[in-house]
Design a binder for this molecule. Structure first.
Ligand code: PAF
Length: 286
């Protein structure tokens, strides 16, 4: 496995392979890899000839009060996981190389980034959209893999690729969960033991919302209130948002349609958790 730090060397490597007709898969990450990333890498390995994983904690997607400084950094373990999974290149650019002096361009998606995470983390999605655009330009993949856990991020990346004609196929892979249902996340390491036990309440609330829909509840607010009740039962948790949305526009739905996404973000202690569930109802014959 090659370790590449310079963006130019990364592009040179990719261009050489592309000239040979090799198809390049890409898994962008901020490191602190867990089994959710492993699943993305395995999926990519199956579908692509050559595979690049980036390990870059992108400073521009963290707000001033957020956890950039303490974000888990586990480079030796990350490289070992990549090596074990047959990754060809770990791309590890420095912040200086990504954002050299004079850097100016910011990519924004005003509509899809407006609500939910975008509202709570005002600069987050422009940081994500900008770094993903840059990474795609450097790695030149045909296919890139993202986790459904960050549902709004995946929707945004799809829109970005379409709007800017980036020519990258986006594959969104299912959320990988711990045995009790908690969505895997690099930030789960921040949870104390007690918080870790309680953290699954978010998933339980989404499940309760999905069950209400399957039982025939069609009013969006009623489904939302089912989810809220579950989280309210967990005193240690506060709700950022729990929402019943259209999976394409991410706008809240007053009436449930045949395909919805339940989005949730909560705080427990100093940790913020996000999760989501897609609910698809069988089409009723008329
Ligand atoms: O999902 C992540 O880990 C990051 O947001 C990404 C896509 C690697 C951009 O920094």
């Amino acid at each position: 496995m090659k370790i590449v730090r310079s963006p130019t060397a990364m592009t040179d490597w990719s261009e050489r392979l592309l000239r040979e007709g090799v198809n390049i898969g890409f898994v962008p990450t901020m490191g602190a890899l867990h089994d959710g990333h492993r699943a993305l890498i395995r999926q990519a390995r199956l579908r692509c000839d050559a595979l690049v994983v980036s390990l870059f904690v992108n400073p521009t997607q963290f707000g001033p009060q957020e956890d950039l400084a303490k974000y888990p950094r586990t480079l030796p373990q990350d490289r070992a996981l990549c090596r074990a999974e047959g990754v060809d290149v770990c791309f590890e650019p420095t912040a200086q190389a990504m954002y050299p002096e004079g850097f100016q361009t910011i990519v924004t998606l005003p509509t899809i980034a407006r609500r939910w995470e975008g509202e709570r983390r005002p600069h987050h999605f422009s940081g994500v959209a900008t770094v993903v655009t840059k990474l795609f330009g450097m790695v030149r993949p045909q296919l890139a893999f993202f986790g459904q856990k960050d549902f709004q991020q995946s929707a945004l990346v799809r829109q970005l690729v379409k709007d800017l004609n980036l020519g990258v196929e986006i594959s969104v892979c299912p959320t990988v969960r711990e045995a009790d249902g908690l969505a895997m996340s690099s930030r789960n390491v921040y949870l104390t033991q007690d918080e870790r036990t309680r953290a699954v309440t978010l998933y339980k609330s989404l499940r309760a919302g999905a069950e209400a829909i399957r039982r025939g509840v069609t009013d969006g607010e009623a489904v939302q209130s089912v989810m809220v009740q579950v989280v309210k039962g967990e005193a240690a948790m506060t709700i950022d948002y729990l929402a019943v949305c259209d999976p394409f526009t991410l706008e809240p739905l007053s009436t449930v349609t045949s395909r919805v996404v339940l989005l949730g973000a909560v705080r427990i202690g100093s940790v913020r958790l996000i999760d989501n569930l897609l609910v698809t109802l069988p089409r009723r014959s008329s």
